[in-house]
Design a binder for this molecule. Structure first.
Ligand code: HEC
Length: 87
């Protein structure tokens, strides 16, 4: 049980890290909808670095992206507005 709590705490910390370091220039959804392989995420981070991402905690960011938004993960649910249409 304790190990689970630690795991969740670590995941929450990583999510905050993404919020902090990736969401200055755009939203999270552009990240959540990608579903890329590890190599493609690495190239994506290279591209963000060229566009001005400082690259802090790069390894941890990469691990988080692969774990949560890897190409083996299901697509996130569509954002639906109140009238039921897809946005
Ligand atoms: C210095 C600004 C900046 C930072 C910081 C930044 N990005 Fe981006 N990112 C951009 C721009 C500009 C685009 C293009 C936006 C658009 O097309 O609307 C983009 C687009 C993207 C895309 C969409 C695919 C693409 O390549 O166009 C992904 C995925 C992405 N960023 C991931 C990240 C991640 C992950 C981080 C944090 C590690 C991050 N970004 C941090 C500027 C930034």
């Amino acid at each position: 049980m304790r190990i689970l709590l630690i795991l969740f705490a670590a995941m929450a910390a990583n999510a905050q890290m993404i919020e902090r370091s990736c969401v200055g220039c755009h939203g999270v959804r552009i990240i959540q909808t990608q579903r890329l392989s590890k190599g493609t995420w690495e190239r994506e981070l290279d591209k963000m670095a060229r566009w001005g991402w400082p690259g802090k905690d790069r390894d941890a960011v990469l691990a988080y992206l692969v774990q949560n938004f890897g190409d083996d993960k299901p697509a996130p649910p569509p954002v639906v507005s109140q009238d039921g249409r897809k946005k």
